[in-house]
Design a protein around this ligand. Structure first.
Ligand SMILES: NC(=O)c1ccc[n+]([C@@H]2O[C@H](COP(=O)([O-])OP(=O)(O)OC[C@H]3O[C@@H](n4cnc5c(N)ncnc54)[C@H](OP(=O)(O)O)[C@@H]3O)[C@@H](O)[C@H]2O)c1
Length: 345
């Protein structure tokens, strides 16, 4: 049995600078693509070599903003650029499978925004294609690569929490209703489960493993996508996760792990750099950890990019921290939750 530690270990993450610098190609210059380019150039030695849009003018404007040498007016041109090592796919969810297969067929490594695809079946297709081609493929679950998450992983592996029986986590955002937006439009893979709940669901899989039972109850939005859902995941050992997501309100975005020996509370927003408190079972002893790096919000997308570059330098085709089988298992949970709340795309 592990006793309560007197101090926390140091987080063990891939340094943001140094190591192999990949030449990145950005496919789809939308909102998160801008955050990604900014994070890479500000915090890492990784370089964005090219960007592609469906409209050349948009690619040129993005390239000028982020000092990217090449701009293309089609995604096909980007994936056939021999100067690009890896393609970062930042289009709406509905496009991920087609574009990941396009890049993989061109022999490129891929980092695909979350969710990797609309369904577990689509994700399996991408995984099979990447494995057959021998290229690196990963879903951009950036929160897994934060210093705090590497530390939580270490505490779990060291048994500091004991037997983890309960995970609680939420992610709710009040989205202005626009039936054409990617949050509400079924054709773009709208809904809270794929866009927001993927984080708390991933966190539960990370801490407990895949569930053997999924219970979901919720409400659809006016466009028919899932608008709000409460989930209970139960594992084979009876451990449970209570999770929540909504497009209709701002919810705390916190996460708590409760184990037989200790409890760990990750402060808002648990998906981004912040801090957590570890408390013993009687709350008599407490240890607090705060991210003092100064890397905040979406700038922390840099951590996953450095880790991916290191994985590729190490000759890996998947991340041991966020392997494709985990992505597929999380999407299986989402598939089942969407079915139970009555979202039938
Ligand atoms: N990791 C994170 O924190 C985070 C945050 C936000 C979003 N995301 C993920 O990133 C992805 C993109 O989200 P976003 O908010 O950046 O989206 P966005 O601002 O709407 O940008 C998406 C881009 O995709 C391209 N695109 C290709 N096919 C499209 C289509 N059929 N409809 C609309 N746009 C299309 C467009 O660029 P062109 O037409 O110019 O090619 C557009 O600029 C989503 O999968 C989302 O889950 C992740």
């Amino acid at each position: 049995m592990s006793s309560f530690p007197s101090a926390l270990p140091e987080p063990d993450f891939t340094p943001l600078r140094g190591g192999r610098a990949l030449r990145w190609g950005i496919l789809a210059p939308g909102r998160i693509a801008g955050g990604f380019a900014w994070a890479l150039h500000r915090h890492t030695d990784q370089r964005v070599q090219a960007v592609a849009s469906r409209e050349l003018d948009r690619a040129r404007s993005f390239a000028a903003t982020y000092e990217i040498p090449h701009a293309y007016g089609s995604y096909e041109q980007l994936v056939s650029d021999p100067g690009v090592d890896i393609v970062y796919i930042a289009s709406p969810h509905s496009e991920h499978k087609r574009q990941a297969l396009l890049a993989i067929a061109a022999g490129k490594h891929v980092l695909v925004e979350k969710p990797l695809a609309l369904t577990a079946a689509e994700a399996r297709e991408i995984a099979a294609a990447a494995r057959a081609a021998g290229v690196f493929a990963m879903e951009a679950m950036w929160s897994r690569f934060l210093p705090q998450t590497t530390l939580i992983d270490r505490l779990l592996r060291d048994g500091v929490l004991g037997d983890v029986r309960l995970v609680m986590a939420d992610f709710g955002v009040r989205c202005d209703f626009d039936p054409e937006s990617r949050m509400f439009n079924p054709a773009l893979g709208g809904g809270a489960l794929l866009d927001l709940a993927i984080y708390p669901i991933w966190f539960a899989h990370f801490a407990l493993g895949a569930p053997s039972r999924v219970l979901a109850t919720g409400e659809l939005a006016r466009t028919g996508v899932d608008g709000q859902t409460a989930l209970v995941l139960t594992t084979a050992t009876g451990a449970q996760a209570l999770l929540h997501t909504t497009l209709f309100a701002w919810t705390p975005n916190e996460a708590t792990l409760s184990g037989s020996l200790a409890r760990l509370h990750v402060e808002a927003r648990f998906i981004a750099p912040g801090g957590f408190t570890l408390a013993d079972s009687r709350s008599e002893a407490r240890l607090r950890w705060t991210d003092g790096s100064g890397v905040r919000g979406s700038e922390a997308l840099a951590y996953q990019a450095s880790a991916v570059a290191q994985h590729i330098a190490d000759g890996l085709t998947e991340s041991p921290l966020h392997p494709l089988d985990r992505t597929i298992a999380v999407l299986e949970t989402i598939d089942e939750a969407r079915r139970q709340v009555g979202y039938a795309p």
